[in-house]
Design a protein around this ligand. Sequence first.
Ligand code: NAD
Ligand code: WQD
Length: 337
Amino acid sequence: MNILVTGGTGYIGSHTSLRLIEAGHRPVLLDNLCNSSATVLDRIATLTGTRPTFIQGDIRDRPLLDRVLREEKIEAVIHFAALKAVGESVEHPLAYYDNNVGGTLVLLAAMQAAGVRTLVFSSSATVYGAAQQMPLREDAPLSATSPYGHSKLMIEQMLSDMAAADPRWSFTSLRYFNPVGAHESGLIGEAPQGIPNNLMPYIAQVAVGRRAALRVFGNTYPTPDGTGVRDYIHVLDLADGHLAALDHGHGRPGLQVFNLGSGQGHSVLEVLGAFSRACGRDLPCEIHPPRPGDVASSWADPTRAQAVLGWRARRSLDQMCADTWRWQSTYPQGYDA
Ligand code: NAD
Ligand code: WQD
């Protein structure tokens, strides 16, 4: 299939595009490069022998979308493009509503006009808000604690309303838990700008000497070792989840929602320990107060994705750390350094 991948040069988009090529699809990557580098295209070419078609542009540019959908004969869309920093969304809510909600609106209108009616959407476990009961099933109550979370909820609502209005739409919303890791070659991975917000890239930068010590945000949570517990999922497992969702969803009417997680929780200290094993030395940490808005624990019930899509996460925490370390130690400054 010819598949438009919005946000295709980003962290998850690049790994998924690589997998799409390996599976015989033709991804067309559209990205405005606000949080990624075009260098990743060369790496995908090295790994697959195919340099994907790349269009530098914005999903809010309707004439551009009309042209790309038509000229590239697009049959389905995987929609990653979004801003994703929770804290930043609290400071700049309008930017998040404009980019994430407004951008998706333009994309859906262009798809409707072009008659392209299959879309796989990057949702997030953040739509479960401050849920207390674990593991999280897809039918758990939804809420949001940030404009970023609201933007994901609003988009899910848009998809649900459109699917109800016209049975020709085929939507799949994938709620990712905590994506980490890198391609096992070490050639592509996550390259956050500035100080990483997320745990794994922060630890990786400590390991490579760019940061002094991990700041552990809270050690008195009601968890086995007092630190926050999350469901980490290898980015290549996540990428494979998109292929399974596309296979299952294409041409199937309605909105389907799946958690993509491992179903297993790991604490901050467990992740630090696993990364220390991967890089071969004990990494330093300091205890800090809890980060505002954090929940103690969050992990998925991934039963539905396994039952319906035949997909499950396969890679262990040790492998997530080993692959992150290979990428980080080969390219300590990311793509363009
Ligand atoms: P990322 O920032 O690496 O990738 C997003 C890409 O979209 C970037 O390359 C960016 O340049 C591009 N982009 C942003 N706005 C755009 C626009 N208006 N037009 C064109 N391109 C635009 O982030 P990621 O981690 O790969 O996340 C991909 C998706 O998954 C996002 O929708 C994110 O909200 C969602 N998600 C991510 C996580 C996570 O922890 N990484 C968890 C849950 C959900
Ligand atoms: C994991 C654990 C922290 C950094 C966020 C978004 C969520 C989703 C994924 C997009 C927590 C602790 C972290 C650090 C730490 N993104 N931590 N020191 O908060 O589960 O989820 O990313 O949809 O919406 O909220 O992930 O990696 O930031 O934190 O101790 O320097 O690590 O407190 O317990 P989180 P995270």
